[in-house]
Each structure stands twice: as C-alpha cells, then as structure tokens.
Write a protein that binds this ligand. Sequence first.
Ligand SMILES: Nc1ncnc2c1ncn2[C@@H]1O[C@H](COP(=O)(O)OS(=O)(=O)O)[C@@H](OP(=O)(O)O)[C@H]1O
Length: 316
Amino acid sequence: MSLEKMKDLCLEGKYLQPETKEVNGILMTKIMSDNWDKIWNFQAKPDDLLIATYAKAGTTWTQEIVDMIQNDGDVQKCQRANTFDRQPFIEWTLPPPSPSGLDRANKMPSPRTLKTHLPVQMLPPSFWKENSKIIYVARNAKDSLVSYYHFSRMNKMVPDPGTWEEYVETFKAGKVGIDAKSLSFPSVLWGSWYDHVKGWWDAKDQHRILYLFYEDMKEDPKREIQKIVKFLEKDTPEEVLDKIIYHTSFDIMKQNPMANYTTLPTSIMDHSISPFMRKGMPGDWKNHFTVAQNEEFDKDYQKKMAGSTLTFRTEI
Ligand SMILES: Nc1ncnc2c1ncn2[C@@H]1O[C@H](COP(=O)(O)OS(=O)(=O)O)[C@@H](OP(=O)(O)O)[C@H]1O
C-alpha cells in the first residue's frame, strides 16, 4: 500500500485506537484475532529464518544485523526497502487494502527472514515441523516496559498505554488493566512479558533457537553478531563484521530511514511524541520508576520468575 493510501486511512480514523480481542488468553488487535486461523496455518519453510521477540526487545536491531550478514555487509542492498517490507511481520494485520504480514511473506521468494512477537505456544506449528531457524531476543523487563510505554504513546496502531502508573500495572498483569477513576482500559498486546521470555527459554534446547539478550548485544556487539553469523552458517570476514557493527549501531540506525520507521505517516507513528529509535540503552528504567514502584515491581518479578533459570541484567 502506498504511503498516500495509508495517510488517507488514518485521516478516515481507521487506525485510531485499535479494538483488541484475546486469542487463547493473549491480547491482540481485533483484526489480528479475526485473522487468527490464517496466521496459525501459515506455512513456514525449512530455509526460513524467524526473528522472534517480545515487543521492544531489539527486534529491528536484530533484523538489520541479519540483513547485513545475509547481504555480506552491502549497505545499499540493506537500504532497498523498509524493515517491514524486507522482513515481513507475520501476524501483523491492518485493514484492507493494506497487505498483511502473511500476504507479504507468502509473496516473498525464499530464503525468507520473518518477524514475530507471538508467544511460543502461539507460533504457527509449521515452524516446528519444518525445523526453521529461529533467533529469539530477550530484553530485561523494566527497560522493555519503558520502551513499550513510549512506543504505545507514539504508535496509533497499538492501544493507548494510559498513564505511566496505569501502564506499569498493565505490563505486570500482561493484559488489560482497568483504572476505575478514568475508566480507561490500557492494554498490552502479545500477552505477558514474563510468560513470553520463559516460554521461549524453555523451548530453546528442543529446537534450532539462538536465544540472545539485548544487554549482551549492547555490551559486546561483535561477540553477539558473531553468534548470529555462526548460527546462519555464514563466513563473514573481519572487515565486513566491523562494517556491520558500525551500520547497526544505535546512532547510525537512528539516521537510517529504512530502519527507523520515519517513512510511516505521523498519523501512524508520531516520532515527535517519542522517536521509535528512542534511547537504545540498558538502564533507562531508572529515569522512570519511582523507588516504591521499583520495589513493588521487584517483588512481583520474583514471584513471576520463580523456578526459572532465566536471568537478566537490568544495567551493564
Ligand atoms: N541499533 C540499536 N542499538 C540499540 N538499541 C536499538 C537499536 N535499534 C533499535 N533499538 C532499540 O530497540 C527498541 C525497539 O525495539 P524493537 O525493535 O523490538 O521494537 S518493535 O517491537 O519491533 O516495535 C527501542 O528501545 P528504546 O530506545 O529503549 O525505546 C530502540 O531504541
């Protein structure tokens, strides 16, 4: 769909506050849930690569790294199209005539790289059957929450986050929160962060899954990019590796219109409210949580993550 058409749809108000609906207890936009049968029956292929994350974990960053590796560090080739055109977001669905992630994926020649935010139990079963490779990226809960909050403020295609206080509770609940005073219903798409990261963690030893952490990527991009190179069975020379590190650094990606979502109309994503490429740093949660909120969050976190071997760093 052309950007002009997208603008028209927005002006008609079709993207203002999407309706939401649960599928198997996971909140999605209504249009995604209406399309669920098709998403569930998506046909993956053995040479597909899937980048899976809970929202705001560093998906776009990983997508850019993967594209650069696959294109042997050719920056121009990686600027051939927007991230969402290069690597379809399989469950993402907008009102017609906008092509869905499935439409984009089905039209794409192999080998395909695809994106999803689906929790592990909701992944179309063909990915397991075809043994497609999967890169999962996880980011600590507090920074994910902060990033998701600001993203929900600037992106009209996801539900309004409500106030910061409301959103902290919504994120912890992993679904719709109800604020009795304002009667607003902030909600979080793709379900609980806690279940998401734990579910994929448990799956990683039974399938071809490379499980990465945003904080590790930030701490030592070369080491983490090399893990991806190995997983993709590529042979990437040192100088290409250095080029990839540079091109996918936060400051360079922030200036790259093919990776920073600025080609979308402001009626969809308003970067003046909060840029998509916002801070790009572990530890920004400290600028948002009050001491009391942090203590409450930690208490709740211990309960929700009890029994899991999965650990995160909240700063580096
Ligand atoms: N290159 C690079 N380096 C470091 N950090 C980066 C990079 N690219 C994107 N980002 C940050 O990742 C956050 C966006 O996450 P996602 O791409 O997963 O968002 S989405 O779920 O696909 O909408 C968002 O995090 P916050 O800045 O904390 O909001 C982006 O700034």
